[in-house]
Design a protein around this ligand. Structure first.
Ligand SMILES: Nc1ccn([C@@H]2O[C@H](COP(=O)(O)OP(=O)(O)OP(=O)(O)O)[C@@H](O)[C@H]2O)c(=O)n1
Ligand SMILES: C[C@](O)(CO)[C@H](O)COP(=O)(O)O
Length: 229
């Protein structure tokens, strides 16, 4: 079965504040995007990779991936994450009409273990239309109002922290992007809006999203020799 992974990598990385698009920020001397695409391809179950890059960086991104021996198609991204995924998805549907399973994976989650990638693909291929890797919530969570006053304490046993790659059968993701509008912080959020069940499977701490300078320091440490697996 043909599996395509869409990699939104067009963000500016403002919270990281590195001065270059986040996907191009190096960890141990190699751009986050290169780590991410290498990990996806090393999993062995992904046939095509479509990267949504900052529009001004399409050629440079393509050249960077080629220089690292990675085969990927690079398209210009959009104004927000959903727009970037939509553009990459439209490209994938045009160029790979035989696609059956679509993964969406943040370039910023560059150190996701291949085992997580493969588990998501396997769950979709086994018949789940939408699959997301998640972790339990380790902290107590409070809901607050507009004045920062606590309203209540949701039961954390029923909460999960959501990672990527998120996996979908192509018809489900197509319908979600056609019908659900653009207001969701992840792709599963669009699928939920069209009433399709979303299965959760175990994620992994290494699938953390590099968002802040502190996350970048953690990523450097995780890649260091001797870091716990
Ligand atoms: N217009 C956008 C915005 C985000 N992304 C991608 O979506 C993923 C998750 O976004 P996030 O981690 O929030 O990245 P940024 O938008 O770059 O971060 P910030 O909000 O700090 O600028 C990243 O791989 C990012 O490159 C994208 O492809 N297109
Ligand atoms: C898709 C995502 O990584 C799942 O946790 C997350 O929602 C992206 O959010 P961001 O605000 O664009 O970083």
């Amino acid at each position: 079965m043909s599996t395509v992974v869409l990699v939104p990598a067009a963000g500016r990385g403002e919270r990281l504040g590195h001065g270059v698009p986040k996907a191009l920020v190096p960890v141990r001397g190699v751009a986050l995007l290169v780590h991410a695409v290498r990990g996806l391809l090393s999993a062995g179950r992904v046939r095509h990779v479509v990267v949504a890059a900052p529009p001004a960086e399409v050629s440079a991104t393509s050249a960077l991936l080629t220089a690292h021996g990675l085969v990927a198609e690079v398209v210009p991204g959009g104004a927000d994450r959903t727009a970037s995924v939509r553009l990459a998805f439209e490209h994938a549907l045009r160029v790979h009409p035989d696609v059956r399973t679509v993964l969406v994976h943040d370039a910023a989650r560059a150190f996701t273990p291949p085992s997580v990638v493969n588990a998501v693909v396997a769950a979709v291929e086994s018949g789940s239309p939408a699959v997301i890797p998640v972790l339990p919530v380790a902290d107590t969570v409070k809901r607050v109002d507009a004045h920062d006053v606590v309203q209540d304490t949701p039961d954390r046993a029923a909460l999960r922290v959501v990672q990527t790659p998120q996996g979908f059968d192509v018809a489900t993701l197509r319908r979600a992007y056609a019908e659900a509008g653009d207001s969701a912080t992840d792709d599963a959020g669009l699928v939920e809006k069209i009433g399709v069940p979303v299965l959760t499977i175990p994620g992994h701490p290494r699938a953390m999203k590099v968002t802040t300078p502190f996350d970048l320091a953690i990523a450097e440490a995780v890649l260091a020799e001797g870091a716990p697996a």
